[in-house]
Write a protein that binds this ligand. Structure first.
Ligand code: C5P
Length: 425
């Protein structure tokens, strides 16, 4: 068992629609259960043409619900209870027909009535033929659902089951689980009010890549997805910190309850970080470009100009600047390091060089696919030594880091109190 802290103990109601991609839901169920969630499933009539109730029941370890009237023997309120006992309702694959029925509020079957009766957040993972997806009716229905507060994941662009190419593929199981974790993470945020163990603290997080312009249309960039940094901002906000996220260009949604400042270049990231000060803690998770071109061309560089040489100059080190001693230095400054060997020793050296308090070191040799991937294997290096963490999802690395930050400030508070009472006696 993975023992995910975000999924652990959560109850998911998964409504499986009738599409060729329905088989991918079996993998979603497996991953959710591995993370410690309970998964109850409703299969629409059409879904039963693609996956059997028996396989879904075997994987979920729960009874599978297939039609409205199968619930009446349990209780008249069966479908209502089923939808309300969940923390989150997920519809995957969400077919054009299911989406249309949701948008219209139709309750002709168990899936429809459960979706109408629920008082819980709903996430849909659409999957269909590209023409069906692009049809104005489907787009209208999806827009309506989004307006109603329904979250979406996918569809992805690619080869479709019918041989056509375009948007319509069901998001991959890992991506669906990631979206489920994000949706569940949002449940922990108290809207409009900052509550929790970091209440009253101000946090600054950097995330994503930076884009360094070469000319008006081209730039230097890297493969950072922003997944880890965004998850950290979400976890700190969920713990009650007033959180600012300074992020380079990513495809990620703004984390709930977080003030997001979108920038492109390293220098803009530095300016935005400086503007966010003073803060109590800073976490630099961005993959800042080490270099930028010395002079950005005003006009698009012409191919006809022949081979080009780019002259590069070093970017400011944002982490080192934030960690430098001074009146505005955050009480806790945390950096990241990607290491391939001697992780703890190299990270400890980097901690000294940068002047930060903690380093979260990724073992990029072992955890291949860390960039843009779902998991991270990290070592936390502090003044007290190095602590190896197991392979965790990025959301769980974020939750665990937030727990350590909470413990750090609690310890600092206790120390201050101890000193104060010691002085009085
Ligand atoms: O020096 P290196 O790039 O390995 O350091 C990584 C750490 O430093 C990360 O925390 C990253 O966010 C931060 N960094 C920064 N500004 C830079 C380069 C790295 O904040 N220009």
């Amino acid at each position: 068992m993975g023992g995910s802290t975000v999924l652990s103990g959560k109850r998911i109601l998964l409504i499986i629609g009738g599409g060729i991609a329905a088989y991918k839901c079996l993998e979603v169920i497996r991953r959710l259960r591995d993370g410690g969630a309970t998964v109850r499933c409703i299969l629409t009539e059409a879904a039963q043409q693609f996956v059997t109730p028996l396989s879904v029941s075997a994987l979920s370890g729960e009874r599978v619900y297939t039609d409205l009237f199968s619930l009446t023997d349990e209780s008249e309120m069966g479908h209502i209870r089923l939808s309300r006992e969940a923390d989150l309702v997920v519809v995957a694959p969400a077919t054009a027909d299911l989406i249309a029925r949701m948008a219209a509020g139709l309750g002709g079957d168990l899936a429809g009535t459960a979706l109408l009766a629920t008082n819980k957040p709903v996430l849909i993972a659409p999957a269909m033929n590209v023409r069906m997806w692009e049809h104005p009716a489907t787009q209208r229905n999806v827009a309506q659902l989004r307006k109603d507060g329904v979250a979406t994941v996918g569809p992805e662009v690619g080869e479709l089951a019918d041989g056509e190419y375009g948007a319509g593929r069901l998001a991959e199981p890992a991506t669906i689980v990631d979206a489920i974790e994000t949706a569940l993470g949002q449940l922990r945020v108290v809207p409009g009010g900052l509550d929790g163990p970091l209440a009253g603290k101000h946090a600054l997080v950097t995330s994503g890549p930076t884009h360094e312009a070469i000319d008006p249309v081209r730039y230097l960039a890297n493969r950072s997805s922003g997944k880890q940094g965004h998850a950290i901002a979400a976890a700190l906000a969920a713990a009650g910190a007033d959180t600012v996220l300074v992020t380079g260009p990513t495809h990620r949604a703004d984390p709930p309850g977080v003030r997001v400042v979108a920038i492109e270049s390293a220098r803009a990231m530095l300016d935005a970080c400086a503007a966010a000060l003073p803060v109590d803690l800073a976490v630099c998770a961005a993959a800042v470009a080490d270099w930028r071109v010395t002079e950005v061309a005003d006009d698009k560089i012409k191919k006809s100009g022949g081979p080009q040489t780019l002259k590069l100059v070093e970017n400011p080190d944002i982490l080192a600047k934030l960690a430098a001693p001074g009146p505005n230095r955050p009480a806790l400054v945390i950096g990241f390091a990607a290491e391939t060997e001697d992780v703890a020793a190299n990270a400890a050296a980097k901690r000294g060089r940068k002047g930060c308090d903690w380093i979260v070191a990724n073992d990029v040799s072992q955890a291949a696919g860390t960039f843009g991937g779902e998991h991270n294997t990290v070592t936390l290096v502090t003044a007290d030594g190095a602590e190896d963490w197991p392979r965790l999802s990025k959301a769980d690395v974020a939750a665990r880091l937030a727990d350590h930050i909470v413990a750090h400030f609690a310890k600092a508070r206790a120390k201050t109190r101890g000193k104060a009472s010691g002085g009085a006696s």
